[in-house]
Design a protein around this ligand. Structure first.
Ligand code: FMN
Length: 191
């Protein structure tokens, strides 16, 4: 028996993506974003509330970095989704984390996150419902050596990424591999 639950934002799971930007004075700001997704091989659509300091920075010309939040940084990552750089001027400094300037885009790279997508602000669009969309073009991916496998690719298990659940407003860790994509389903072709 299934039950109707009505309209809920239950697309599960959402990423925990940490957006890094600069303001016009070069100060770092960071925010937590769950409503972001790939829309092309090199493009991420970020669905943001326009009042965020992050959006002000992007409108003023900043690019952005998108770091994948990890289990050991869950508290810092959550904090980046609570306070706003609009009112808390030392928001990033409070986390105790460190940044360097990206070598590829005009945005800060947070050193402690092991996987960071360096993105150009490709476009900013509003829709008729008042939504604010940022198209982030991936121009490079920066990975710590500590999360790479022997082939030099990211080992998802070493990354220790976390996921966000809009169902219960909680963070989850990534579990085990259950199979290879574009592979497990192949036996159905033979039927
Ligand atoms: C788990 C989580 C996910 C969030 N996802 C989004 C999101 O996808 N889009 C958005 O606009 N705000 C999102 N927020 C809220 C912003 O991160 C929050 O308002 C933040 O303070 C904005 O920071 P800023 O004003 O310094 O840019 C999220 C917050 C949390 C805790």
């Amino acid at each position: 028996m299934k039950k109707d639950l009505g309209v809920k934002s239950f697309l599960f799971p959402c990423p925990v993506a940490i957006l890094g930007t600069y303001d016009e004075q070069g100060s770092v700001n960071v925010m937590n974003m769950a409503w972001g997704t790939l829309i092309d091989t090199n493009m991420i659509l970020c669905c943001l509330t326009e009042e965020h300091k992050t959006c002000k920075n992007l409108k003023a010309g900043s690019d952005l970095t998108i770091a994948i939040a990890t289990k050991d940084l869950v508290k810092e990552s959550d904090y980046f989704g609570i306070d706003s750089g609009n009112t808390v001027k030392d928001k990033f400094a409070r986390s105790g984390l460190h940044v360097v300037k990206s070598q590829h885009v005009n945005a800060p790279v947070i050193e402690e996150y092991p996987l960071t997508l360096e993105c150009k602000t490709h476009a900013i669009r509003h829709d008729e419902d008042g939504n604010f969309f940022v198209y982030a073009e991936i121009v490079n991916v920066l990975a710590d050596e500590t999360i790479l496998n022997e082939k030099g690719m990211v080992d998802v298990k070493k990354l220790n990424a976390i996921l966000f659940s809009q169902i219960d407003n909680s963070y989850y860790e990534v579990g085990d591999i259950v199979g290879k994509a574009w592979n497990l389903g192949l036996p159905f072709r033979g039927k």
